[in-house]
Ligand binder design. Structure first.
Ligand code: HEM
Length: 505
């Protein structure tokens, strides 16, 4: 008996850490003859008709995150569904997500993102890190990683980001003066501008005026283009390509939005490059702490610089805006946690007016708050992997190569087996080591080689902004009953305006 248990525990370890090897061993064992892996055809799921009815008649497109919970409750941790021409296998269990990710291979592919790629091919643009694959992705990742993943390098952006935070505080005060009220309406729209200004300062080390009283027209239009592009992404991916020429509007709008974003990035890069060239011409020393400068130094072709900067600008706006909005929404509804965080900030900064990257690194509750916010409201509610070169094992199923596997981490991060009282905002759960937590149950930044490259910048930006907002203001809800729920718009965003009162301390 004990021998059997030992063998079982060894095989479970083998299965956990070397799933491919385990598959080979398992396939040769006598049990394998009896207990065969099941195939794609055996995976349960809704009929195409009921899934489309869910999507289009029951507002499913904006409730994709909830469909994860419903799918799991109805079919178990693995189920399949077809979205237009795309068949997806959904996986909503941390151990199974871990199993998929451990088989992701040398150059992981997130998903086909076919309409994004089609657009780039159509216009002759280069892929950036979000869309590149294979060796090209690997090269870009190692170049960008040098300047975006190392803690010391990221600390360098702290000064530029803090200047943007100073303008954010002024902007909040200006809004209050304009409305002659402590209430600030639709905070997500202000954090959108903060997100764009923040990522621009990291990319160009120059300011683009998003937080000024009169926001430049091009900024408003850039933000509008991101919105439209995200809304059109799901639609253009669901439509077979030939339909783009018949029902033209979605594809046209999608392309117009990308055109604007690429043009915006190009304008700012060219302006910055011209300033550098002028300095060189005058024999002045050129140095820069901004990302575009580093990329140009790496001798990347300009086309690739444009592609990467456009994608980084895009990645740095909704993500920051949504995380900051939900953070303040939850803190306003949990005054005790807000007070504890305020005390932590004061204690660490010793009342220095501008907290630095070094300060925020010493704030455990701040980190726990952000983790908890992203557990409840993961900006990217479902991640994906597409394993292109071999079939893989997921639980009892063999998934054929090139099948899109959706990792439903909105569902896992609200699973009460891993997070007791899962819908409650409870940052303290991250402060004590809890055996019930599974490392793959809440992975808002993804995992592994293809995980979010902007994670450290995002964390720094959110910590610096929260630290300064909370030292200036006590934040209170509009009223206790104004509940805001999340909705999917490719990303997870607030379903309606979040309005909050900002009381001067
Ligand atoms: C709270 C903020 C953010 C969240 C929750 C977030 C989340 C994610 C997730 C889930 C992925 C996919 C990871 C995977 O497939 O395993 C991703 C990828 C990526 N993110 Fe973020 N992100 C955030 C902020 C940012 C920022 C500020 C930037 C830019 C500075 C950024 C740039 C990127 C890029 C370029 C990728 C693609 C990486 C690759 O394919 O190698 N992200 N992000």
């Amino acid at each position: 008996m004990s021998q059997t248990l030992k063998l079982a525990s060894k095989s479970s370890l083998l299965y956990r850490y070397f799933p491919e090897m385990w598959a080979e061993v398992a396939s040769k064992s006598p049990e394998a003859v009896v207990k065969r892996q099941k195939s794609l055809a055996d995976i349960p799921g809704p009929t195409t008709f009921s899934f489309l009815a869910d999507l289009f008649c029951r507002k499913g497109l904006s409730r994709l995150h909830e469909l994860q919970l419903e799918g799991k409750a109805k079919f178990g941790p693995v189920w399949k569904a077809s979205f237009g021409p795309i068949l997806t296998v959904n996986v909503a269990d941390p151990a199974l997500i871990e199993q998929v990710l451990r088989q992701e291979g040398k150059h992981p592919i997130r998903s086909d993102l076919c309409s994004w790629k089609d657009y780039r091919q159509c216009r002759g643009h280069a892929y950036g890190l979000l869309t590149a694959e294979g060796e090209e992705w690997q090269r870009l990742r190692s170049i960008l990683g040098k300047h975006m993943l190392k803690p010391k390098e990221v600390e360098e952006y702290g000064g530029a980001l803090n200047d943007v935070v100073t303008d954010l505080i002024k902007c909040l005060e200006y809004q209050q003066r304009q409305s002659q009220s402590l209430m600030i309406k639709d905070i997500a729209s202000i954090f959108y501008k903060f997100g764009l200004e923040g990522i621009s300062s990291v990319l160009f080390e120059s300011r683009i005026g998003c937080l000024e009283p009169n926001v430049p027209e091009e900024t408003e239009q850039f933000i509008q283009s991101i919105n439209t592009m995200f809304v059109m992404t799901l639609l253009t991916m669901a439509m077979p390509r030939f339909l783009h020429h018949i029902i033209k509007k979605p594809w046209q709008k999608f392309c117009d939005s990308w055109d604007y974003m690429f043009a915006f990035a190009k304008r700012h890069i060219d302006k910055r490059m011209a300033e550098v060239a002028e300095k060189v011409a005058w024999g002045k020393k050129v140095e820069g702490k901004y990302l575009t400068y580093y990329l140009a130094q790496e001798k990347l072709p300009m086309k690739s610089v444009y592609g990467n900067v456009t994608e980084l600008l895009l990645a740095g706006v909704d993500t920051i805006s949504s995380t900051l909005s939900w953070s303040l929404y939850e803190l306003s509804r949990h005054p005790c946690i807000q007070t504890a965080l305020y005390h932590e900030i004061c204690e660490v900064t010793q009342d220095e007016p501008i907290p630095s990257a070094v300060h925020v690194a010493k704030m455990p509750l701040m980190k726990a708050v952000m983790k908890e916010v992203l557990r409840l409201y993961p900006v990217i509610p479902g991640n994906a992997r597409l394993i292109s070169d071999r079939d893989i094992l997921v639980g009892e199923y063999t998934i054929p190569k090139k099948t899109l596997i959706s990792l439903c981490h909105y569902a896992t991060s609200r699973d009460e087996r891993f997070f007791p009282n899962p819908n409650k905002f409870h940052p303290e759960r991250w402060l004590q080591k809890d055996e019930s937590q599974h490392p793959y149950a809440s992975i808002p930044f993804g995992f592994g080689k293809r995980s979010c490259i902007g994670r450290r910048i995002a964390e720094l930006e959110v910590y610096l902004a929260l630290a300064r907002i909370l030292t200036h203001f006590e934040v209170r809800p509009e009223d206790e009953d104004s509940i805001v729920r999340p909705m999917t718009r490719t990303l997870l965003v607030p379903e309606k305006e979040i309005n909050l009162q900002f009381i001067h301390r």
